[in-house]
Design a protein around this ligand. Structure first.
Ligand SMILES: O=P(O)(O)OC[C@H]1O[C@H](OP(=O)(O)OP(=O)(O)O)[C@H](O)[C@@H]1O
Ligand SMILES: O=C(O)c1cc(=O)[nH]c(=O)[nH]1
Ligand SMILES: [Mg+2]
Length: 234
């Protein structure tokens, strides 16, 4: 798949957004690649994963024991990469802030791992995932993502392959160009780490309650669920 064909897939999925976006890193950008929308069509998700898997050197493909991806954004593409490569696929997640393996997932000691992300911007999430995989016993031998919007200079500490490299400007929140400043901002991905003030408010609210389970927003959601009971663990 050429880069133009990849872009055509994004356009067909209405997944190339323009506006004023707050990225996971807190950086701001006038463009956002919404991989969740790209992957919502299973046939398209399969095409994207097959194309990304094809980009990996054959020696890497042969060596991989397992695909591991960071939730949330990495889960679907990680699973599709597992299918494309004929390997199991699991994910790490961050219930408490740092990535960990849960849900009975295991990585055999020394297993060769392909770390799969949807997007790499600063590379922080990828590096954190790679560290967590190492702590869980795996050896990350390569990384892959659909989009590399790092500007090409990112160092993940392992060979890194992307399906498309896109040069999109990013800005610190206090040095926005006027045309970006004029547009209302939005956070199209996970609502975490993005807005320092919102994160602080959440942390302060959390401290007033014994656990996240007791957080008023969670209690409100529990009580508004239809049907008898609901899931008592939530
Ligand atoms: O290279 P980085 O600067 O770390 O940015 C890219 C990361 O940001 C997004 O995840 P996000 O943190 O929004 O969470 P999500 O995967 O749960 O949507 C995306 O899925 C990557 O993981
Ligand atoms: O850096 C991010 O958070 C990010 C950028 C982007 O274009 N798409 C995305 O899903 N996340
Ligand atoms: Mg992510």
């Amino acid at each position: 798949m050429t880069e133009d064909e990849v872009l055509a897939e994004f356009r067909a999925a209405d997944a190339l957004l323009e506006g004023h976006f707050i990225l996971s890193s807190g950086l701001r950008s006038p463009r956002y690649l919404q991989c969740a929308r790209l992957l919502m069509d299973p046939a398209r998700a399969e095409r994207i994963a097959v194309a990304l898997a094809d980009r990996l050197p054959q020696a890497t493909r042969d060596a991989i024991d397992i695909v591991v991806s960071p939730a949330m954004g990495g889960v679907i593409i990680g699973h599709e990469m597992g299918r494309a490569l004929g390997k199991p696929a699991v994910f790490v997640e961050r219930p408490e802030g740092s990535f960990e393996l849960r849900r009975g997932f295991r990585i055999d000691p020394g297993a060769k791992v392909l770390m799969v992300e949807d997007v790499v911007t600063t590379g922080l999430s990828s590096r954190e995932a790679i560290r967590a995989i190492g702590e869980a016993g795996g050896e990350v031998i390569a990384a892959a993502s659909i989009v590399d919007r790092s500007g090409g200079g990112v160092d993940l500490g392992v060979p890194y392959t992307s399906l498309i490299r896109i040069d999109v400007p990013t800005y610190e929140a206090d040095s926005l160009p006027p045309e970006l400043e004029a547009i209302p901002r939005s956070s199209p991905g996970a609502a975490r780490r993005r807005d320092g003030r919102a994160a602080l408010q959440f942390a302060q609210a959390g401290r007033q309650h014994r656990s996240r389970r007791d957080h008023p927003e969670r209690a409100r959601r529990r009580s508004s669920r239809p049907g008898p009971g609901g899931d008592p663990r939530r």
